[in-house]
Ligand binder design. Sequence first.
Ligand code: ZN
Length: 435
Amino acid sequence: MLLRFALIPCLLALSLPTCKKSAVSNGSANGANASASASPAKSDTSAGSTTASAQSVAPLPPPPAKPAIDQNAEVVIFGYHRFVNQVRRPDTEITPQDFEKQMQELKNKNIPVIPLQDLLAWKRGEKAIPPRAAVITFDDGWKSQHDVAWPIMQKYGYPLTLFIYTEGIRPGHFSGGESMTWEMLAEMRDAGVDIQAHSATHQDLRRPYDKVAKKKLNPQEYEQWLNNELIGSKQMIEQKLGVKCNCFAVPYGFYNGHVKEVAMKAGYEAMFTVYGQPITYRTPNDSLGRYLIEANKPKVFEDAVAAVANVAAGPAVAEVSNSTLSTSPANGETIRNAMPLIRANISSFGQIDPNSLQMRISGVGLVKPSYDPKTETVSYQATQKLSGPVTVIIGATVGGKKTESTFSFKVEDGGGAPGPATSAPPSASPAPTKK
Ligand SMILES: [Zn+2]
């Protein structure tokens, strides 16, 4: 049954060259709009993110090794191909309206969309993710992904990964008028889209047959050809776009032990197949299943959503252990300066919504700290004298979920002469807030 599914996209790859004839440049206006509004959530936050006082302070040491991550989280990965108003090939096409409905449904069901790289960082034990989440991927490099679907993704603020096969990108051998160009990919890369490999020529990697040369390959030629499909495509993406390519989506989901071995040796961190399943902390990275969404099988999407909808949402507030924060003053430290600059590297929180960031200080209450998204550091200059034991609670929304971490330090009695670090505004005005 899976084979039957997987065979259908064959037609898609074969049909690309014929699309040249029907090339329609209806997307340029959309493309311009997309680039005008193209800015990843993260870069929006850079304005006003540092205060004068924070700039003059030495950087915090990197946060200690591993954050406390939720090993029970589950993630579903969706794969899409083409976005068209008139569906002719329901196995690989979907209307923009139906696509947007699905993106909205993820929002309605409180299933945050996270970057694919966050999923991998979580599996490495380096980053927290929400208890249930989705990852969105587009395959093959169709132009409608750039013109039609990407603006919808931007509207929702969802991160995106593309799996492209290099000969399907204009002016590659299998490209046509409906294919993306390297320039479009560069534009998407600049806006934060993750671009990963899907082979060079999109063939069944188990078969010793070269579709470009139209010839059967002997064992030696096959190895060479397989290397080009797996490694050549990775190198081309890395060199043309100046990115790190660590993921490979297997064409049609067809692979065997040898293909897997060559791919993992080539330096890929993860391989993606087409057998949709919720990804858990323990799912092997060499076969991460994606749900391929087809216009005539809406149930695939519903099943995937249902699969994670039942994952326990966990406690209302996620606690991040303070052992994963690098703070100043350090947790448990005794200091003399009663008006310290309080800072914490909160990279272990995961992808925070910077507007949601807040800090509470015992004896003071709620303050508005500043945030530098580059260093993922929160800072707040105390504007009144602190004394005795001081507890700091940092809170932020991560993937729609409230996340907190607490640390404390002690101000020595009789301390108080503000040190040079407190040359910040003497007024009681809090640090500037971000917009
Ligand atoms: Zn494909």
